[in-house]
Design a protein. Structure first.
Length: 164
């Protein structure tokens, strides 16, 4: 396999790539928030049940409720920080050989051996390459033409990274 491609990575493409790499991110954002809000309301309700309000219960319930309300904002900020490098469109150059994956973006070059990857999957229009250390990289599937896609699929199957 010897594939060399270039494409312009836009901020919107960065968001789509993130969604392809981390499809459960909305669950990680909203499920804990919902749980915290419910627990906060329950704690506040319990603290207010008696003849006199329980100050510790009110404090705990208030903090947990605020955490639930703030959780989505904290998660959104975390994602925004991760995507900060992609706020301006930039040309990305990928070189895929039998031995390695190499990506060159303005200011940074990354080279990884194929043995570094656990698997490869086509998700939401992106080739998502999962790294053994739990990270992921992705590139748009439409950056490859039909013959390059066939070669890439065959090479990934041969390496045991793409499910048959």
């Amino acid at each position: 396999m010897d594939i060399s491609i270039s494409f312009v990575f836009t901020p919107e493409m960065a968001k789509q790539s993130y969604r392809a790499c981390y499809p459960s991110a909305p669950v990680a954002r909203w499920l804990p928030a919902g749980i915290y809000v419910v627990l906060g309301v329950l704690a506040l309700t319990e603290a207010l049940r008696g003849a006199e309000p329980d100050p510790v219960g009110l404090a705990v319930g208030g903090v947990v409720l605020l955490l639930g309300l703030g959780w989505p904002v904290l998660q959104a900020r975390r994602i925004t920080r991760r995507l900060r490098a992609y706020t301006e469109p930039g040309t990305t150059r990928l070189v895929l050989t039998d031995a390695e994956y190499a990506a060159e973006v303005p200011g940074r070059t990354t080279t990884l051996l194929w043995t570094t990857f656990k698997n490869v999957a086509l998700v939401r229009g992106f080739w998502v390459l999962k790294i053994a250390s739990e990270g992921k990289v992705a590139f748009p599937a439409n950056a490859l033409d039909a013959s390059q896609t066939a070669v890439f699929r065959a090479a990934m199957r041969e390496k045991g990274l793409l499910a048959r």
